[in-house]
Write a protein that binds this ligand. Structure first.
Ligand SMILES: [Zn+2]
Ligand SMILES: [Zn+2]
Length: 338
């Protein structure tokens, strides 16, 4: 079969590989229908890499598939079921897994990063990583389940009250998912900071009340003008904007840090955090939020389809990655060929 294999140092090669076979009794064999390209994939392929990955691995960690075969011990899905994959495989026995903090597992491994993923027609994963989803959800939209589950884990920490105001920093796929979900949660006003025109237009279509270009306007001043006190909630969907978050949040407000940038070293005035009782909340991937993500996608009330701006066959995956690098796409869906 043709698969997109990470070959180290910025190299992703579409080539022939042996199709996987069902191994352990608790594995499932999946026929991949659609796989999203993630910002993490772009980081992995950067030189020098912005995210580690194992050379030789088939990439792709956001995917929807049909179950082709199941191991003897699998009972929650059956051949023919449409599923989505949680790519984060936690061990279940380290101190954090035993506390129920599975997303903080000491021995976490990632499908499509450290073991074979979904940029291929077939994929074998542990059965506990798959969640059934209605086949009525188009596969490239179902493939949004993973980033959406991550976003819902963050939204849960915010404990949003309808009528609160929010500022989302960055309108890439994650910022746009926050925009859709916070709008649905009754946030008002909902402000988005974004410098790229293409993404700003997307944010407006996803329900933002106002898009602020921080290169052209004084972000904190505009936010204060719109919210009077500062935003109740600020979400950093970029990973290096804690300073902006602290400047734009009201006293007693929450700053949610979602994006990740390994080399960001913000200068923080700790005095303000204490004096104004600011809450800084980190949130990392998903924990127990796949069921809600699946239900949101199945309900069809939010326009998740708008996020999938491009569709490419697997052989054109490099074109999709280039679009993302240039900021000309939100989510690129890849369709494997048998
Ligand atoms: Zn991802
Ligand atoms: Zn663990």
């Amino acid at each position: 079969m043709q698969a997109a294999v990470f070959e180290g140092e910025g190299r992703l090669v579409v080539r022939d590989v042996e199709p996987p076979e069902l191994g352990a009794p608790d594995d499932v064999l999946l026929a991949v229908r659609a796989a999203g390209i993630c910002g993490t994939d772009v980081h992995i392929l950067a030189v020098p890499p912005g995210h580690p990955a194992t050379p030789g691995v088939i990439m792709g960690h956001e995917y929807a598939a049909d179950v082709a075969a199941i191991g003897a011990r699998v009972d929650h899905v059956a051949p023919g079921d449409r599923v989505v994959v949680d790519p984060s495989i936690w061990c279940g026995s380290c101190p954090y897994c035993q506390m129920g903090l599975t997303n903080l597992c000491d021995r976490m491994t990632g499908i499509g990063i450290f073991r074979h993923g979904g940029f291929a027609p077939l994929s074998v994963v542990p059965a506990r990583a798959v969640y059934r989803i209605s086949a009525n959800v188009p596969s490239e939209i179902a493939a949004l389940a993973e980033p959406l589950a991550d976003v819902l884990n963050g939204v849960r920490k915010l404990a949003v009250v309808p009528g609160e105001s929010a500022l989302v920093l960055g309108a890439g796929p994650i910022g746009l998912l926050f925009t859709l979900v916070l709008r649905a949660a009754g946030v008002s006003p909902l402000l988005v900071a974004e410098v790229a025109g293409f993404r700003a237009a997307q944010a407006r279509a996803c329900g933002a009340d106002l898009i602020i270009n921080p290169r052209q306007e004084d972000l904190a001043a505009v936010v204060r003008g719109e919210t009077r006190l500062g935003a109740d909630i600020v979400v950093d969907a970029v990973g290096s904007l804690l300073e902006d978050g602290l400047r734009c949040v009201r006293k007693g407000g929450r700053v949610l840090l979602f994006g990740m940038h390994e080399h960001a070293r913000p200068t923080v005035k700790q005095y303000d955090v204490t004096k104004y009782e600011l809450q800084i909340l980190g949130t990392y991937i998903a924990r127990g939020t796949f069921p809600q993500a699946v239900r949101l996608l199945e309900a069809g009330r939010l326009d998740f389809g708008r996020l999938v701006t491009h569709r490419v066959p697997l052989r054109d995956i490099h074109h999709g990655i280039d679009l993302l690098r240039r900021g000309e796409a939100v989510k690129v869906a890849v369709f494997p060929e048998a």
